[in-house]
Design a binder for this molecule. Structure first.
Ligand SMILES: Nc1ncnc2c1ncn2[C@@H]1O[C@H](COP(=O)(O)OP(=O)(O)O)[C@@H](O)[C@H]1O
Ligand SMILES: [Mg+2]
Length: 231
């Protein structure tokens, strides 16, 4: 068996310090194996986004252990965190695209940070836009795109460098049923092909249906971590 993509052990986190600091995450354990699509659900404020940003090296680990691709995130400096982030495809709830860039330019810019040779980039971008139904929108800027189209550009940007880990926070919230399903299929297919794993925060039943495992957070603690059984 290959090493897990993500391993979280005894992770606790607090935004406050001092003796009365209230913890946001308490003793969280989580493993993501190669090929897995894992969903995190739980009520608002239960710590889902905090957990995702800790695994994504967007904040520093305080207590416990987080490894991503075998690399321990504890004590990493800003540069080390940046290296870890380069290997992760992020999709946020709000698309955070640059207003001045077309869909195509967004993907070119993302690929400049990746390791693909420049000669191969054009074809990959064309293929990715086609897979997300954005071929006709390649030269459109965010203001000219629908909410769903913008989110699909954000998905394309997250996947274009073939990351082994994709972290997504409510990625299908602005998508219609059909597109939401397509995006999840694509996330699953692409990440598996790259030998990776996907972690998605969502309440969307269409995404939960596609998951291998569903983790439920409540008040910063894992209440359930169940392999989803086929219906
Ligand atoms: N930057 C922050 N500073 C202080 N408290 C925060 C911050 N971000 C989130 N929190 C608090 O941490 C708790 C968990 O938040 P979050 O991880 O965003 O939960 P979820 O994504 O499940 O809604 C909430 O009580 C929230 O108010
Ligand atoms: Mg959240």
């Amino acid at each position: 068996m290959s090493d897990p993509i993500v391993e979280v052990r005894g992770l606790s986190y607090s935004y406050e310090t001092g003796p009365h600091a209230k913890g946001v995450l308490t003793d969280v354990d989580l493993t993501l194996a190669t090929g897995e699509l894992v969903v995190i659900t739980g009520p608002s404020g239960s710590g889902k986004t905090t957990l995702l940003t800790l695994i994504g090296a967007l904040r520093s680990v305080q207590t416990g252990r987080v490894t991503v691709g075998g690399r321990d995130l504890h004590g990493l400096d800003a540069r080390g965190q940046e290296e870890v982030r380069k290997g992760i495809g992020f999709i946020f709830q709000t698309h955070n695209l640059f207003d001045s860039l077309t869909a195509e330019q967004t993907l070119h810019l993302a690929m400049e940070l990746g390791s693909q040779p420049p000669a191969a980039r054009g074809d990959q971008i064309t293929g990715m836009l086609a897979e997300l139904g954005l071929t006709e929108r390649a030269r459109a800027k965010p203001a000219q795109l629908s909410v769903g189209q913008r989110q699909r550009v954000a998905v394309a940007r997250a996947l274009i460098n073939q990351p082994r880990l994709v972290l997504a926070d409510e990625p299908t919230a602005s998508l219609d049923a059909e597109t939401g399903r397509q995006v999840v299929d694509l996330l699953q297919r692409r990440t598996r092909a790259a030998g990776g794993a996907v972690l998605i925060v969502t309440h969307d039943p269409r995404v939960i249906e596609a998951a291998d495992r569903v983790v439920r957070l409540l008040d910063g603690k894992i209440m359930a971590n169940n392999r989803r059984l086929a219906p």
